[in-house]
Design a binder for this molecule. Sequence first.
Ligand code: AMP
Length: 551
Amino acid sequence: MLEGFVPFPEEFQKKYKEKGYWLGKTLGEEFDEAVAKFGDRVALTCNGEYVTYRELGERATRLALHFIERGLRPYDRMIMQLPNELEFAYVYFAAVKIGVIPIMALPVHRDAEIGFFAQFTKAKAHVIPSTFKDFSHQVMSRDIRKKTSTLELTFVSGQKVDGNFISISALLADKIETRTPAESLKKYRPDPMEPGVFQLSGGTTGVPKIIPRTHNDYALMCKRAGEIVRITKDSVMGIPIPVNHNFALCSPGLQGVIYCGGKVVLIPTPRTDVVFEAVQKERITIMPTPPALLIRWMEAPELTKFDLSSLEAVLAGGARLNAEAAKKITPILGCDYHQNLGMSEGMLFWTERGDSEELLLNTQGAPMFEDDELRVVDEREKEVPYGESGELLVRGPTTIRGYYNSPEYNRKAFTADGFYRTGDVIKMYKGRYISVEGRIKDTINRGGEKISAEEVENHILAHAKVENCAYVAMPDRILGEKGCAFVLTKGGQGLTLDELCRFLKEERNIAVIKLPERLELVDAFPMTEVGKIDKKALRQLISEKVEKEGR
Ligand code: AMP
């Protein structure tokens, strides 16, 4: 077993297998079955290039053979930073075929994040684009490799590949299967009970947490989600958000659509005109989207210029969709919608098409499986009466039992009997439906992208002028929330937002999405009774200020 992985207890393994949730197949075997079944149908498209299932299968197999030749083996870790492009799918399916565990980083992650993933997981490979916006991932990879002895291989998509790095295009052009038969990959079959993919949690601590998803549970999740949102071989899913995210990859996402024989359209940017153009051209039927994007689309002046009539449903998840926005979806976009509470740790909730308007507008759905167990508890972990607010605790056939290599944190994040403490405050609603009321975890949900307050605070505290700070969510009409930094400077020195952001970007090398979008200098912080900064008071303060300014 992979060291640092917390397996499901035996009695639960037995139960989930007996009940038919876990099929004992690897993510690669599920993929191979889809390739065999849907051969000449189009599986993927991006930037005008079309790839059939057969071609996707051949390319993934070829890359898997090359990965083995380069020394990668089952359970080795591989940091994935590719954007929405065809190579993402080739590399992802190649990795899971041979049990190499992709770590689902984002293209926007920088030295601070990638350096941490590399060291913490002892990753062996880094997969990056040759050019992406104005940043050189190749320079970053070189720097991180100097500091991380285990990181031996860098694979690069695109054309300009530095010496010593491996070009993915060159690997794809080299028909290795004529020298090493594809059959030889069977030797490298991973155990379906082991982690197949590492997802990332925005987390609530100073460093991101790694979420190990097993082959069994990750296959189950996307297939069941696919049934709920009605994915068939005729579905065309547009993915306008980073495909690395759990929502876009597996809820049901790229993987769920591929397992069903549908077509995936990888959209390189969420820009409204690009997305609408893709919907019109590819006749997209379904799209995952955080509410922030959905609102932008519904308000876009370009809306009437495109034919969006192929859209059957949008999947709204990642952040709370308010009822006012939900009401507009069908009149404006002419399609249905599913609300989704999702978490990379596992459990997914969905509203279904055909649910009453009351459920569709006011809830984030019901769990997917009869054996998804929910508890709603107060601060002392006592269950609250049905319908009252409390923290949601979950356990089930797709929910992890622990973060990778984090025994101490796991004691806090999970109950003794294995329930994951979501940090979300919910109310139960009509049977097993839930409505998200807020959260107790210290994160900022920026348009669906989760940011750990503590992680950013640690970086801000490293600034020479900063005495103390608090990073909190402030309301934003489109994104839902943005980050606001409250800072007490040493000796009351001046500090500007620009100065702080430059420091965080250039000296601390953190991802741009984590940068504060507002700075409030303070003389003192409001404190709680136990002597901590009172963040609730700060959130209230900034929220009132933003509201006043808006007026
Ligand atoms: P992630 O693992 O990045 O998908 O983040 C999971 C967290 O996002 C959940 O625990 C919630 O806090 C939040 N979240 C996801 N979907 C929703 C939703 N529909 N409404 C409110 N919060 C959500």
